[in-house]
Every structure is written in structure tokens, then in C-alpha cells.
Design a binder for this molecule. Structure first.
Ligand SMILES: NC(=O)CC[C@H](N)C(=O)O
Length: 312
């Protein structure tokens, strides 16, 4: 073991022990009833380096609902299908608004600010769906995630998908509003069905960190050398994660952590250290912006102690 690897192992173990013990855990998402049942005591972390070395601690093998972290993978797939045409349907600017905000869509005539807020991700899902049946589109998304993770065991949590399908009234509103401007091509319930199901994909920190490797290594899977996307595309997805990955908490995340990252209301965060590592953390309690409270704090410590901020 090199000394950097040994340091990383110690740092990761220390952070997990500290996070497990903290009383301030944030609030689990309650607007999706199935997520309201998750125990806030969970904490997991996993770091995968360029050489494939893994440093993990806590509940790093416990599956959780990846929710909006899936938006990184759907964006990657949609760019592969539509290329720059995607940007006719969704913007690339931070929203400065909550992830499920309705008001901005009206000002901007149904074109969402970016692919990581709910409206933007629904528009991206609609692009993946075009020309397919919902089942095929969902199969494509799941296959892609299994491929980049090198893990065929990843599945969709049907109970979470059904729970959101029953209660996702805001997303129904956002989708119908976009449909009225012609931003969605497919029937609204088809697009939302695929969206709710990809948000309900369950992964562990280890699986998620594996899935993020291509973003850390210029678009390639470092273990096989196979290209997933071009280097330019990987760089651009990282840029969007940095500027938009935490909704109206994106500025704070960049300030404190200094890495491209994408959060989900299941409490997961995928963070990328370009050229160095892919990191996943999970703690189900959220802050006021809907981002994992301890997940962000853990990443702040990790980035600081390893000197990983992209800002030097
Ligand atoms: N920020 C999130 O993770 C939100 C995703 C969730 N499925 C929703 O649409 O509300």
C-alpha cells in the first residue's frame, strides 16, 4: 500500500466514525412516503482511485435510493443520443431555486434552467424515451448504469417508484407545464413513469463510486480503458455538476467542498476529483436545500484533508 493510500484509508475511516457519532443528522425526505421510513442513522462513504483501489467505511455496501444522482447518468445517455440538440430543450445555468420549483418555468417559457433540477431531468428523460417504449427506455438506463459500475446486481426499488408515482404531484405539474410549451414529446405519464423509476434505482456507495469513475478519468473506465464518453463531454458534465448539482446549494457546495457533485433526496452524493477519484457518500438526513447534511460535511472534510479541491 502506498502512503497516500494508507492516509486515505485512515481519513475515510475517521470521517465515517465522526459522522456516525454526530447528533445533527438533518431531516429525511418525507414527501416521498417510502423515503420517510429510512433510518437517519445510516452513513456510508466509498472512494475509488485511478488504480481501482477502494477506500470505504461505514454503511458503504448498504443500498439507498439514488434519486437525483441518477440525473448525471440520464444526462450522459441523452447527450449520447441527441448531442448538442439536447440544449434546445434544457439550459445550462444554475437555477438558484429549489429542485422542484415551478415559478422559473413560467418565466422561461417551459425550458428548464439545467438538466439537474426536476423539470430539466424530466425533459432529459423525455429525450431518452423518444422512439422507445417506457420499459425499453428504463432498461437502457439501467443497463448503462450497470455497465459503468461493472455491476449487474443494480436494480430499481419498485416500492420507492410506486410511492413517488402516487404522490409526485409537483412533478406532474412541471411535466404538464413543459408539455404545454412542446418541450416534452411523449405522453406525460410515460415520461414521468420512466423518470420516477430511474430516480428509484437503488445503489450502495461502492456501486455509485464505481459508476462515477468515467467522470474522474476523462470519460474512460480506468479498469478496462474503454471509453464511455469523450474527454470533452466528461469535462462538461463535471462543469454542470459543479454549477448545478446541488440546486440552490450549489454555490455553498463549491465553496465548502470544491468538487463537482450531484446530490439526491435519498441522501446520496456523487463527487468527482478530476484525474484522481470518484467518491460516493450517503447519509439520509437532508439540509434545507434537500442535499445530504452529513454527506456534504463529510465531503468537505475529505476534500480538505486530501487537498482535493479543484480550486487548489
Ligand atoms: N432532488 C431529488 O433527488 C428529487 C428527485 C425526486 N425523485 C423528485 O422528483 O422529487
Amino acid at each position: 500500500m502506498t502512503s497516500t493510500a494508507a492516509v486515505l484509508h485512515d481519513v475515510v475511516a475517521d470521517i465515517a466514525a465522526q459522522m456516525k457519532a454526530r447528533p445533527d443528522r438533518g431531516e429525511v425526505a418525507t414527501y416521498i412516503p417510502e423515503l420517510a421510513r429510512v433510518d437517519p442513522a445510516g452513513f456510508g462513504i466509498c472512494v475509488v482511485g485511478a488504480d481501482g483501489a477502494v477506500a470505504s467505511a461505514g454503511d458503504s455496501d448498504a443500498p439507498f435510493s439514488i434519486q437525483s444522482v441518477s440525473k448525471v447518468f440520464t444526462l450522459t445517455l441523452a447527450l449520447g443520443m441527441a448531442g448538442d440538440r439536447l440544449w434546445r430543450r434544457v439550459g445550462r445555468e444554475p437555477s438558484g431555486s429549489p429542485f422542484n420549483s415551478v415559478v422559473q418555468l413560467e418565466y422561461e417559457r417551459g425550458v428548464p434552467r439545467n438538466p439537474f433540477i426536476n423539470a430539466g431531468a424530466i425533459a432529459v428523460t423525455d429525450v431518452i424515451l423518444s422512439g422507445h417504449q417506457p420499459k425499453e427506455a428504463l432498461g437502457e438506463i439501467l443497463r448503462f448504469i450497470r455497465f459503468i459500475s461493472d455491476d449487474d446486481g443494480i436494480t430499481i426499488d419498485k416500492a420507492v417508484a410506486a410511492s413517488e408515482q402516487r404522490t409526485g404531484f409537483r412533478n406532474v405539474a412541471l411535466a404538464n407545464y413543459m408539455k404545454s410549451f412542446g418541450v416534452l414529446e411523449n405522453p406525460v405519464d410515460y415520461t414521468l413513469g420512466v423518470y420516477f423509476h430511474h430516480c428509484a434505482i437503488a445503489m450502495s456507495c461502492r456501486q455509485l463510486a464505481m459508476a462515477g469513475r468515467f467522470l474522474a478519468h476523462g470519460g474512460r473506465n480506468p479498469s478496462t480503458g474503454l471509453s464511455v464518453v469523450s474527454q470533452e463531454r466528461a469535462r462538461r458534465i463535471n462543469a454542470l455538476m459543479l454549477t448545478c448539482g446541488h440546486y440552490d446549494g450549489s454555490g455553498e457546495f463549491a465553496y465548502r467542498v470544491g468538487l463537482p457533485g450531484k446530490s439526491g433526496v435519498g441522501g446520496g452524493i456523487l463527487a468527482i476529483v478530476p484525474g484522481v477519484a470518484s467518491i460516493a457518500v450517503w447519509s439520509p438526513g437532508l439540509d434545507a436545500s434537500g442535499n445530504s447534511h452529513l454527506g456534504r460535511i463529510a465531503l468537505e472534510q475529505l476534500s480538505k484533508r486530501m487537498g482535493w479541491s479543484i480550486f487548489g
